[in-house]
Design a protein around this ligand. Structure first.
Ligand code: SF4
Ligand code: SF4
Length: 425
């Protein structure tokens, strides 16, 4: 019986004569002896073993049918989707002045007004709740907690409409953490708050340079105090943005969390990421500290290094899982403060990537956003397809100024997937 296309076979460095099979589709891992691997290849594997490997989708009856199902998987998810997810930009104002902020060129005292909020609520009610979908709103900024009254008003209204229609409303936020006090969290929990994503850019000395208050003062101590105060009340997703110059210092941030008495088991996986160029700019050459590609050797090393340091200290790290760029999903969108609609928050710097407005509806964005760009022979035959689906459209936009090709991660996965998926699983 043939192997799945979406399978990697690694020789087990810990045990001679043993192999590790990793399904990129299911995330499952199986250890096999050399003899069993040979039995698969020569068709003599016992039925019982075949049945287990089939259940794990490592062996398949019909590889062409598997390929066709993979080509349809995003469309299928769209057809079956019972959930609407929107990232809602409440304000582009912020109390921090991070020098690398991708919104720098269009940030300002712009905030969603009552009319736009009403359009949003009407849209969600008419197009989503009325069709039986659950609603997940991710409040975004600028700093969304600088628009707390609007956040509260939208959450109260959507929760009431969802409950009246027998469906569910939840919300989360991407916040810099400076205003995320115990009182704010306690107020928002009954309104549906489930989680908050907070950024700590490394240890205090790095964070305070990368994420100062508008006044110039450092924000590390304020954020750490707030994390301590709320992390047992609401799920916190912590992350930090590194450069090739400073990533080796980031484990000190994890130490600072431990020193503050924070229990790593109570936090969601820590997610570190490289600083990207600013939105709205195409970068064709020197990107300074910024990284345009996940294939750069330093970045692969940084990701593996920080993952190891994270796990060593008892924090969780993200595992590779099946996933595609948000542009592919019909029921995911970004609602800007003025009612303009986008498919990724980082696209807000390119007005030409707006997909419409709350007032006038959604335009056809299939071509401009490279939908289905991964439906080509190379990607459909690639073992990494379930993890990649053509990569990040933003990275292609930053590199080329237009989304007309995949952001190929093959080199990255060739170099890193074995360690990301197996070493610490
Ligand atoms: S373009 Fe990139 S950053 Fe934006 S949603 Fe897609 S994968 Fe994420
Ligand atoms: S973009 Fe590259 S890594 Fe991604 S599925 Fe296509 S060939 Fe594979």
């Amino acid at each position: 019986m043939p192997f799945s296309r979406y399978l990697k076979i690694y020789s087990n460095s810990q045990l001679a004569g043993q192999y590790l099979l990793y399904s990129t589709k299911k995330g499952s891992i199986v250890r096999l002896s050399e003899a069993k691997l040979a039995a698969i290849n020569n068709g003599t594997l016992p039925d019982n073993d075949i049945s287990i490997l089939k259940q794990l989708e490592m062996l398949v009856d019909d590889p062409d049918a598997e390929r066709a199902a993979m080509a349809d998987i995003v469309a299928r998810s769209n057809r079956l989707s019972k959930r609407f997810k929107a990232t809602v930009v409440l304000t582009l104002d912020c109390n921090l002045a991070c020098p690398y902020c991708f919104e720098e060129d269009f940030r300002g005292r712009y905030a969603m007004n009552r009319e736009t909020a009403e359009l949003l609520i009407d849209y969600v009610k008419r197009e989503q709740i009325a069709k039986g979908r659950e609603v997940e709103i991710r409040f975004y900024g600028g700093e969304p907690l600088m628009a707390l009254p609007m956040l509260r008003s939208i959450a109260v209204q959507l929760r009431a409409v969802a409950e009246a229609n027998g469906t569910k409303f939840t919300c989360s936020m991407v916040t810099n953490g400076t205003l995320l006090t115990c009182a704010v969290v306690e107020e928002l929990l009954p309104l549906g708050l489930t989680s908050a994503q907070v950024t700590l850019d490394g240890p205090k000395e790095i964070h305070d340079l990368q994420r100062p208050f508008v006044s110039g003062n450092g924000s590390f101590d304020t954020i750490l105090e707030n994390i301590k105060a709320v992390y047992t009340l609401v799920t916190l997703k912590l992350g930090g943005n590194f450069t090739h110059k400073n990533y080796r210092e980031f484990q000190k941030m994890l130490d600072a969390l431990l020193d503050a008495g924070i229990d790593p088991a109570r936090l969601d996986p820590i997610q570190f990421a490289q600083i990207l160029p600013k939105s709205g700019q195409a970068v064709f050459h020197d990107a300074g500290n910024c990284c345009l590609s996940c294939t750069e050797p330093w970045l692969i090393e940084a990701i593996l290094y920080l993952r190891e340091e994270t796990l060593k200290r008892g924090f969780k790290a993200l595992k590779p899982t099946m996933g595609a760029c948000m542009v592919e999903f019909d029921n995911d969108m970004v609602v800007n403060w003025d009612g303009s609609l986008y498919k990724c928050p980082a696209f807000m710097g390119w007005p030409e990537l707006s997909i419409g407005t709350l007032a006038n509806g959604i335009n056809d964005y299939r071509h401009s956003h490279g939908l289905d760009i991964w439906k080509n022979d190379k990607c459909l035959d690639c073992a990494y397809l379930p993890l990649c689906f053509g990569g990040c459209r933003l990275l292609t936009m930053l590199k080329k100024g237009v989304i007309d090709e995949v952001d190929c991660r093959k080199e990255f996965y060739d170099a890193a997937l074995e360690k990301l998926s197996i070493k610490y699983s």
